[in-house]
Write a protein that binds this ligand. Sequence first.
Ligand code: HEM
Length: 467
Amino acid sequence: AFFIKKIEPSSSSSSSPMSKLLLLPPGTMGWPFVGETLEFISHAYTSCPEAFVEKRRMLYGTKVFKTHLFGSPTIVSTDSEINRMILQGDTASFVPSYPRSLMELMGESSILLITGGLQRKLHGLIAGFFKSPVLKSQITADMRRYVEDSMSSWEDGQTIYIQDEAKQIAFQVLVKVLISMEPGKELQILKLQFTEFIAGLMSLPLKIPGSRLYRSLQAKKKMVDLVKDIVRRRRRSGSAEEYCNDVIDVLINDGSDELTDHLIAENMIDLMIPGEDSVPILITLAVKYLSDCPPALRQTEEENTQLKLISETKGRLLEWDDYMSLSFTQNVISESLRMGNVIAGIMRKAMRDVEVKGGKFMIPKGWCVLTYFRSVHLDADFYDQPFKFNPWRWQNKETPGGSNFFTPFGGGQKLCPGLDLARLEASIFLHHLLTTFRWVAEDDGVVNFPTVRMKKGMPIKVNRKGV
Ligand code: HEM
């Protein structure tokens, strides 16, 4: 059921301007300059951001429409087939394109923005490292240690803000795996600069002293300089040649001239973003959805308690594969990804005219495309009662990476290389939370813009379980 057929985009650069116009999907370009951006953002701030898209789907009767967002003529697609084609598209057809502030802060050598041979090389090196057995074992041990350290200080009756705890732990894990920095004073300073850096990701593209973007760029520069120092020291000591301890070692070891100190340092900072944002938010949402669904909470707890008993009986610590084999817990994580839409969609720019839907529509050269995963993930055509948290719907389905209509980690050449790591971290956090504590959750709501998060940080009142 999850077999994916690659659909090649076909060029139609020979079409006349008139026929191009006729092939544009339905839709309106909105107001001069701002287009429909304000309406898009005002919906994005509500609990139902997909309403912007749904309204147009109803109006035009298609899952794809044209509009004008963030300064660019844009095609929005909630059609899983078109989305798949765009994700699979080669760089002659589509390149990543995001709002200006985000592109400035990522930097031109960021893996999220580059294409071609260099992107493939970086992607391959990072993905390969994340699959290595030595690293898997080290990450599992680190994550477990950080989770246990954090949870050991929780007292009975205390209110814990899951979002903050998860952010701290997931950031520690990524910084360790990327640059081998352990928790401590240096990491605290890095974290402060990092918070300053990401605050500007969705800011006005105004680069004057004092502006949000300017301050974020300054913070990034300081972090890049710090990581460059580490890279230089490693190159001098030659330690990476013997054994790859972290991503810096992997990139240095490749020996390619393209992987300069600056490129490595810049990418290490960008790769910390999932540690502050995507992974902890996934964990927080899973705790939220489980708190709201007692049968799912019970079943996840049972599965994890059983695993804990097995590990205690055998007298061995749990490994990567143990956590990943918790099938119901993985279904909870899939369902949290589906409903929570940590990454609501990705953006590309068409490098040439591209026909979609067998020539029915055209994405003109220079236009942006927003593949809006959120609407696909909440589409009743694919998911029965899509707004209901139902981890059982994933039973007997192979979903770690995704399918045509489940793309939380993107797809194609840019498919997230951290997808298993994200699942592992969520799994370890849930395992320790569920086997150590009972809790009562306070009411809290999801905020969807500019990034997904919980309004109050997901406060829960915890009590340690009896031994
Ligand atoms: C819940 C957690 C996560 C989600 C939802 C997520 C989602 C995504 C998505 C949708 C993309 C595709 C972007 C595009 O096509 O332009 C992506 C790419 C990427 N992700 Fe993740 N991610 C997560 C965690 C992680 C983690 C833990 C890492 C580890 C460092 C990571 C590293 C990357 C990298 C390096 C890319 C770029 C790949 C490339 O362009 O070749 N992600 N992620």
